[in-house]
Design a protein around this ligand. Structure first.
Ligand code: AHR
Length: 514
């Protein structure tokens, strides 16, 4: 019989924080991501609070979503915020030119977005329009969101039902400005970015901690982070230009993050099916997801050149599996199923982010509901939680935990000419002092025996859950919502060591007590 994989954790080490912002999500006005998936309207027979569906809110609340990026994506660069405020019956009806030319009724606008973010207990990440908008339009939008109700902008928000300024924790200055956001040269983008960074102000004094016009300073500073557009390919023109500008910035402007987009799709246009696939597609897609490691390495090296102290986080605010649309679904709606393969890919990416926690301090998976690698699928009143949802829930203990050294021989899984690491793992100490280990067995056919030890001490006990399935393409459906759900893991502690068998194609997360 094959020898077990030896795993060693160093429990008394210090390491970087795995920032909880790594567990953010992206929700674009795209397909049924918002309309149907989040927003059903107050008159809907689907249970809702002020138009926002209660089943989806409850599910997302349980995930402790760190931030919600909205309204796009490509859509952000054609979104005009005034279309989406005030009485709904009077709002503009527009066309979503980015996504399927769908009618955009603007029922879900700024105030509905903040209501949603508050209902799920998250933070707002607003992407402003740099493509077809202006600095003034973006500055006016931020004023609407954040100004004191004694100002005209704040009074308008108050008249729409929210006197208290909203918290805007993150501000995206454009989106993919090298492509759908305006196809700008990097140098042109940087010149524009500086104007947005200077003039698009967060006026929420409680949040910003700046001087209070009524006199005195406000305590409790929690400034908004401005995130510049960065790379979406291995090309480094944007990374170089933005970071060079950042290094030379003065008092008048700054940025606090550089965005990167990296999808798993093998080739453009995405053609892999989300259901009914086999081992070849499983292995090939996992190989493709490992390109994330190269992307982080290439762009971190450029960032290190200008920012060796790692002050500017790399914000991977679009990542995930992008597959062919489900047959019968509408063009441009990016609607796909979600299998155990997606959950394994999510674990591999979250592990990469944790291993680069010093630089990667924020991400957003694309996307939250009904679009691309979604947490949740809905169809009218029906809702189902995907394997990716369950994986994110299993990883909750890693939010803000301290990463610990873990060593193991990953081994190799082969399919044809595709060769992949067989095992992946991370370890961390949570804020409450508990140790957590995540172990992924990528091999879809063979179990992996694990023999783990803690350096210098002994395991007392270990318990947790495992997510797996019989087939690589196993999915949850409205009829079989529990086909892929976490089950108790069978870890054993004997003589201070922990042993367990990882099922094929599985992710196990364990709390261990040294
Ligand atoms: O997530 C879908 C799209 O992918 C986004 O709108 C865009 O930013 C990216 O190209």
């Amino acid at each position: 019989q094959e020898l077990p994989v030896k795993v060693t954790i160093v429990a008394d080490a210090t390491g970087p924080r795995i920032d909880r912002n790594i567990f953010g999500q992206f929700a674009e006005n795209l397909g049924t991501g918002i309309y149907g998936g989040v927003w059903v309207g107050e008159d809907s027979s689907i249970p809702n609070v002020r138009g926002i569906r209660t089943d989806v809110v409850a599910a997302l609340k349980a995930l402790k979503v760190a931030s919600v990026r909205w309204p796009g994506g490509c859509f952000a660069d054609e979104y005009h915020w005034r279309d989406g405020i005030g009485p709904r019956s009077k709002r503009s009806v527009t066309v979503n030119g980015s996504w399927g030319n769908a009618l955009e009724r603007n029922d879900f606008g700024t105030d509905e977005f903040f209501d949603f973010v508050e209902q799920i207990g998250s933070e707002a990440y607003i992407s402003v329009n740099m493509g077809s908008g202006s600095v003034k339009e973006a500055a006016d939008w931020l004023a609407y969101m954040t100004a004191d109700p004694r100002t005209t902008a704040g009074a308008e928000r108050a008249a729409n039902g929210h006197p208290e300024p909203y918290r805007v924790k993150f501000l995206g200055i454009g989106n993919e400005s090298w492509s759908c956001g305006g196809a700008y040269r990097a140098e042109y983008y940087v010149d524009e970015m500086k104007r947005y960074a200077r003039f698009v102000r967060n006026l929420n004094l409680k949040q910003q901690g700046t001087d209070n016009p009524a006199g005195g300073s406000v305590a409790g500073s929690d400034p908004m982070q401005r995130i510049a557009v960065g790379p979406g390919t291995p090309g480094t023109d944007y990374t170089e230009a933005v970071m060079r500008a950042w290094k030379g910035h003065d008092w008048s402007w700054n940025i606090e993050g550089l965005s990167m987009h990296q999808y798993t799709w093998v080739a453009w246009p995405p053609a892999y099916a989300s259901t009914g696939f086999g081992e070849r597609e499983y292995a090939t897609l996992i190989k493709d997801t490992l390109k994330m490691e190269d992307m982080i390495a290439i762009h971190s090296a450029v960032m290190d050149k200008y920012d060796p102290e790692k002050k500017v986080p790399l914000v991977i605010d679009e990542w995930g599996v992008w597959l062919a649309k489900l047959p019968g679904s509408r063009d441009g709606f990016l609607h796909q199923q979600n299998s155990i393969r997606d959950a394994i890919i999510a674990s591999i990416n979250l592990n990469m982010f944790a291993r680069h926690a010093e630089r990667v301090r924020m991400t957003a998976i694309a996307q939250m509901v009904n679009v691309l690698q979604a947490m949740i699928l809905t169809d009218g009143p029906k809702m189902v939680l995907t394997p990716t949802y369950h994986l994110f829930k299993m990883y909750l203990p890693f939010q803000d935990a301290t990463r610990l050294p873990i060593s193991f021989d990953a081994g190799t899984y082969r399919y044809g000419d595709v060769s992949l690491p067989r095992i992946d793992a991370i370890a961390a100490r949570a804020a409450d002092g508990k140790l957590w280990i995540a172990l992924t067995n990528i091999d879809p056919n063979e179990p992996a025996r694990i023999d783990a030890q803690i350096d210098g001490t002994r395991f007392q006990n270990a318990s947790g859950t495992v997510l797996t399935a019989d087939q690589v393409d196993a999915v949850n459906t409205y009829n079989r919502p529990n086909a892929v759900i976490p089950k108790p893991a069978a870890a054993r502690v004997t003589d201070g060591r922990m042993t367990l068998t990882l099922p094929p194609k599985s992710v196990t997360v364990l709390a261990v007590t040294p």
